[in-house]
Write a protein that binds this ligand. Structure first.
Ligand SMILES: Nc1nc2c(ncn2[C@@H]2O[C@H](COP(=O)(O)OP(=O)(O)OP(=O)(O)O)[C@@H](O)[C@H]2O)c(=O)[nH]1
Length: 290
C-alpha cells in the first residue's frame, strides 16, 4: 500500500464502493431467480462465474495494477470466488427441480457474510493508509511514528535487528517561500518527498515530522549503510529541477540507530542533534551520530 499515491488510494476506495454496489445488485438477482424460479444468467452457471460478474471484472481489470499489492484484496477475491461457486450450486439444484437443503443455503450465506467482512476490511485498509498520509507531501503523518518505532525498538532490544533513522531538514527553506511564494515551497516539499520515496527500499518509510522536517526510517540497516543511503539522497535532492526558478534545493541530514541503551525519543533527539551539526557545519551534508 505504501507505494500507492493518495489519488490512487482515493480512487481505490471509490471503485471498491462501486464494486460493492454492483455485487449487491447481483445478489438481488440471485434471490429473484431462487424465489421466482426465473432462469439464471448463463454466466452464473459457468465455473469461472466469479470472473464474469461486475465485481470479478473490476478485480481482473486491476489485477495487474496497484490493487494486487493488497493482501486484503487477495483474500476478498478468494471469498468472492467461493460465493459464486456456492451460488452456482444453488442454481444447479433449482434448474434440476431440486429443493435447496437448509445447510446449503446457510453455507452460501456464511460465505457471503465472509465476503462482506473482507470487503470492509479491504476498504478499511485503503482508508487507514490514506488517513495516515500527509495530504501535501504524501509522507506518513507523525501520528503513528512513535508507535511504529517502539515496535522496531523492541526487536532491537531482542537483538533481532539494527534499525536506522535519519532526520532530514531543508536548508534555508524560508528563502524559497520568500523568493518564489508559498505554493512554490509546497511544490518543493511534495516533489522532494517523491524523490526520497523513489530512492527508498519498499520497507523504508518517510514521515513528516514538522513543517519542512522529515524522519526516514530504515529497518535492517546499520548506521554506516544509512549514512551511504542518505548521502545518495542528499545528492538526488540537490539535483532536482523546478519550473518556477533556477534554484538548488538542499537538505541537511542527521543519522542515528535505535540503541538498546536509549528510548525511541532519545534516538530521535540524537538524529535531531546530528542534523543540527550538519547545519552548523555548512548545511547540505550528512552527519552520523557515532
Ligand atoms: N511552503 C511551505 N512552507 C512551509 C511549510 N511548512 C513549513 N514551512 C516553512 O518552512 C520555513 C522553515 O524556516 P526555518 O525554520 O527558519 O528554517 P530554514 O529557513 O529552512 O533555515 P535552516 O533550517 O536554518 O536551514 C518557514 O518559513 C515555514 O513557513 C509548508 O507546508 N509549506
Amino acid at each position: 500500500m505504501d507505494s500507492l499515491t493518495n489519488q490512487q488510494l482515493q480512487a481505490g476506495i471509490a471503485e471498491l464502493d462501486h464494486a460493492i454496489y454492483l455485487h449487491d445488485q447481483w445478489y438481488k438477482n440471485l434471490l429473484r431467480v431462487l424465489v421466482s424460479r426465473v432462469s439464471p444468467e448463463q454466466s452464473d452457471l459457468m465455473p469461472d462465474a466469479h470472473l464474469k460478474c461486475a465485481f470479478g471484472k473490476w478485480y481482473e481489470d486491476h489485477s495487474e495494477s496497484f490493487f494486487i499489492e493488497s493482501q486484503q484484496l487477495k483474500s476478498l477475491f478468494e471469498a468472492h470466488k467461493k460465493v459464486h461457486s456456492g451460488a452456482r450450486h444453488l442454481f444447479q439444484r433449482i434448474s434440476n427441480g431440486l429443493v435447496i437443503p437448509v445447510d446449503d443455503w446457510d453455507n452460501f450465506e456464511s460465505g457471503r457474510e465472509r465476503m462482506r467482512r473482507e470487503i470492509w476490511a479491504a476498504r478499511h485498509e485503503f482508508a487507514e493508509t490514506l488517513k495516515n498520509r500527509d495530504s501535501l507531501t504524501e509522507a506518513q503523518t507523525r501520528t503513528g511514528l512513535l508507535a511504529d518505532l517502539r515496535k522496531q525498538h523492541s526487536l532491537v532490544l531482542r537483538g533481532k535487528q539494527t534499525y536506522a533513522l535519519a532526520m532530514l531538514d531543508f536548508d534555508h527553506f524560508k528563502r524559497i517561500n520568500d523568493s518564489y511564494g508559498h505554493a512554490a515551497g509546497d511544490t518543493v516539499l511534495a516533489s522532494t518527498v517523491q524523490c526520497v520515496k523513489s530512492h527508498l527500499r519498499p520497507y523504508d518509510r518517510i514521515y513528516r515530522y514538522g513543517g519542512e522536517e522529515f524522519i526516514i526510517c530504515m529497518p535492517s540497516t546499520t548506521l554506516e549503510q544509512a549514512g551511504e543511503m542518505m548521502e545518495r539522497l542528499r545528492l538526488a535532492i540537490s539535483e532536482q529541477h523546478f519550473e518556477f526558478g533556477d534554484i538548488q534545493v538542499t537538505a541537511s541530514f542527521g543519522v542515528t540507530v535505535l540503541r538498546e541503551s536509549q528510548t525511541v525519543k532519545e534516538s530521535i533527539n540524537c538524529a535531531d542533534k546530528a542534523m543540527y551539526e550538519a547545519k552548523s557545519a555548512g548545511r547540505d551534508r550528512v552527519v552520523l551520530d557515532v
